[in-house]
Design a protein around this ligand. Structure first.
Ligand SMILES: O=C(O)CCC(=O)C(=O)O
Ligand SMILES: [Fe+2]
Length: 306
């Protein structure tokens, strides 16, 4: 199925249509069948998105000596230099976007200008609020009430792909799932290349960038939280042209403390609890230490029913 691209497009959710029951139904089906959807009318101004893009691009263009000051707070959260597996890819990271202190530390490490700081802080606040709001709407789409995601930390990653003429046709990032509950992606508005795996067929679907909109992917935590209802979408990035591609990812991770709980309403005799209790930190360590980046970690966490 690897290169069997099909001509279908992913669902589109209009944030201004809520609380229309039809939009909730579309959202639930998108989470169950696709694990990915595009959101429109999300209220993050396109001017802020463009400013943010400019700010992160100049941070990514800094010399290596400065970028490497962006150290890890949790495993994998800091600067990622190009390596043997992904030689074209590098990323700066920030944990946790909901903490002003963490945002300021990130900016100081990279000598951000006052204007860049202001833009990153504004974007951070707005995108964090959107991530929690989306989580809330997703839980409401399952008929649940409650503040499930209010205190969950958010990781932020800005990705740069240094595509060359020789790299066209190769992968910029290998197939993976995100470990998060959900990821909000501000795509490169000019350069495509992201492909999501369709759940039913296993075919890769190219995602066409659409300026001003945002893309949402569900990750491993969403599958566990929903007791197996939601699809942790596999995705990868292909190099389509010799150019620089920049994307901005915000990950709403998992509970800060304690084990990841599936809400009781999602467990009954028809839907027995699928996974053993574990913390987000344990999931992250399992993925990193055993190289289980495409959802395989969850297979190791499945509860054995007698
Ligand atoms: O650059 C992209 O389009 C995707 C990035 C991604 O999948 C990630 O940061 O997890
Ligand atoms: Fe991803």
């Amino acid at each position: 199925m690897e290169n069997n691209e099909v001509n279908v497009s992913i669902p589109v959710i209009d944030m201004q249509k809520f609380p229309d029951p039809e939009e909730y139904k579309k959202l639930r089906e998108a989470c169950e069948k696709w694990g990915t959807f595009r959101i429109v009318n999300h209220l993050i101004p396109s001017t802020l998105m463009a400013e943010m893009k400019r700010a992160v691009r100049s941070l990514l263009d800094l010399p290596f000596e400065i970028k490497k000051r962006n150290t890890e707070v949790i495993p994998g959260s800091g600067y990622k230099a190009p390596n043997a597996v992904n030689p074209l890819y590098e990323a700066l990271g920030l944990y946790d976007m909901g903490s002003l202190q963490a945002v300021q530390t990130f900016c100081s490490q990279l000598n951000a200008t006052p204007h860049q700081r202001e833009v990153i802080e504004m974007y951070g606040k707005a995108i964090y609020k959107l991530a929690v709001d989306l989580g809330q709407k997703i839980s409401e789409s399952l008929g649940l009430a409650g503040d499930f995601f209010k205190d969950w930390p958010c990781q932020f990653r800005i990705n740069k792909y240094n595509f060359t003429p020789e790299s066209v046709g190769t992968l910029g990032v290998q197939t993976h799932t995100d470990s998060s509950f959900l990821t909000i992606l501000q795509e490169d508005e000019n350069v495509g290349g992201l492909e999501v795996m369709e759940k039913s067929s296993g075919a890769y679907i190219p995602v066409q960038p659409s300026s001003g909109t945002l893309l949402v992917n569900l990750g491993d935590v969403a599958t566990v939280w929903s007791n197996g209802r939601f699809y942790n979408v596999k995705h990868r990035v292909q190099c389509k042209e010799a150019t620089i591609r920049v994307s901005i990812a915000t990950f709403l991770l998992g509970p800060k403390e304690g084990v990841l709980e599936t809400p009781l309403e999602l467990v009954d005799s028809d839907h027995p609890r699928l996974y053993v209790p574990f913390t987000y930190e344990e999931l992250r360590k399992l993925r990193l230490s055993k190289n289980l980046h495409a959802g395989e970690a969850l297979e190791q966490l499945v509860r054995i029913h007698s």
